[in-house]
Ligand binder design. Structure first.
Ligand SMILES: Cc1cc2nc3c(=O)[nH]c(=O)nc-3n(C[C@H](O)[C@H](O)[C@H](O)COP(=O)(O)O)c2cc1C
Ligand SMILES: Nc1ncnc2c1ncn2[C@@H]1O[C@H](COP(=O)(O)OP(=O)(O)O)[C@@H](O)[C@H]1O
Length: 308
């Protein structure tokens, strides 16, 4: 997969283009991408997922794109089965592009779209004036076929990034993961902490999350971690470590049955289930005892779910 970002000068071979915002690549988004993968095989085209960076609300409402389910690099990891992942710069010029210019110049001439896959309510271009009807009207003149995909519902409710964000904010990881179609994850580089973990007997691999990344409530979560593409079972604390008077939010993961130096490595932590709130313990001894219990719970879950 080639990740093209930070440039408007994009050319690609003839492609099936999937258009959307794709915060949090969920089962609805996956349906669009799977359809594009199918078409690419029959028509011998590349698959290109097109989105904007930064999120349009950053430019339109002039506010930080906080609460993103997935940041750019994380999305790229999740889209490893497509050929191109394009993040077209979203600035004032982009926001003023008419829907016709966007489709004809950017999508058809630039990306060589021979097929376009969108959700049934996709809106685009200046003031979101472009819609499916316009895409249909421009299709034959510009030489692409249009495929619109119905929205997926779960328990009669349309799956959306907003819904998933809401579940993550409540710590409902199992529900969020169901709607995402994969486990919610946090990727980042392992940074040096205060070296207390080892002293406690539970070393933790620490990630300092990006300020725009949506996180569930502070607390302990059953997790998995990918180090060098190898999966390990783990337990993760998200929080500020009040027992040690910390004040910065850290995602800390203790990896079960693991003893390697992984400072500086890029890892991905998947959250499976909320266990408990983060607490300020009266002593290190009490914290240690509780961590040991959380690890025992992780092992019991491993057995119950036949994890390796
Ligand atoms: C499973 C687990 C649960 C934890 N729960 C808490 C907690 O409730 N309160 C707290 O202050 N710290 C908690 N911690 C964080 C420890 O305080 C932290 O790992 C230790 O201070 C090491 O910090 P360091 O990585 O900066 O050296 C937890 C850590 C783990 C691995
Ligand atoms: N089982 C393990 N889980 C997590 N990290 C481990 C483990 N074994 C060794 N390590 C290493 O130890 C480091 C964490 O040690 P720790 O004393 O908690 O220091 P820090 O304060 O930097 O987190 C990790 O970054 C990693 O390199």
């Amino acid at each position: 997969m080639e990740h093209i970002t930070g440039t408007k000068d994009i050319t690609s071979p003839p492609s099936v283009v999937v258009l959307g915002n794709f915060d949090g690549i969920h089962i609805g988004h996956r349906k669009l991408i799977d359809k594009a993968l199918d078409i690419s095989k029959t028509l011998d085209l590349k698959v290109l997922v097109f989105t904007f960076d930064p999120h349009p609300s950053f430019v339109l409402a002039n506010k930080e794109p906080v609460d993103l389910i997935y940041l750019s690099k994380e999305k790229a990891k999740l889209l490893d089965d497509v050929d191109y992942f394009v993040e077209y710069p979203y600035d004032l010029d982009t926001s003023r592009m008419t829907p016709e210019i966007f489709i004809e110049e950017v999508v058809c001439k630039g990306l060589q779209a021979k097929a376009i896959v969108v959700g049934e309510d996709y809106r685009f271009g200046y003031k979101r004036k472009g819609d499916i009807e316009l895409l249909k009207a421009l299709a034959s003149k510009n030489g692409y076929q249009l495929i619109t995909i119905k929205k997926i519902a779960y328990n009669h409710r349309i799956v959306s990034s907003t819904w998933i964000r809401h579940e993550i904010k409540k710590g409902h990881m199992e529900k969020a993961n169901l709607l995402l179609g994969s486990n919610f994850s946090i990727s980042g580089q392992i940074t040096l902490g205060r070296q207390n973990g080892r002293k406690l007997g539970f070393p933790t691999a620490n990630i300092k999350p990006n300020k725009n990344k949506l996180l569930p409530p502070n607390g302990v979560y059953l997790s998995k971690i990918y180090v060098n593409n190898i999966q390990y079972n783990s337990i993760t604390n998200i929080g500020i470590n009040p027992t040690l008077d910390g004040n910065e939010t850290v995602v800390e993961t203790h990896i079960l049955d693991f003893n390697q130096d992984i400072y500086g490595q890029d890892v991905t932590v998947e959250l499976l289930k909320f266990v408990r709130d983060e607490k300020k313990f009266e002593s290190l001894h009490a914290l240690k005892k509780e961590i040991a219990e959380n690890i025992a719970y992780r092992r019991a879950y491993m057995e119950e779910n036949h994890e390796l």
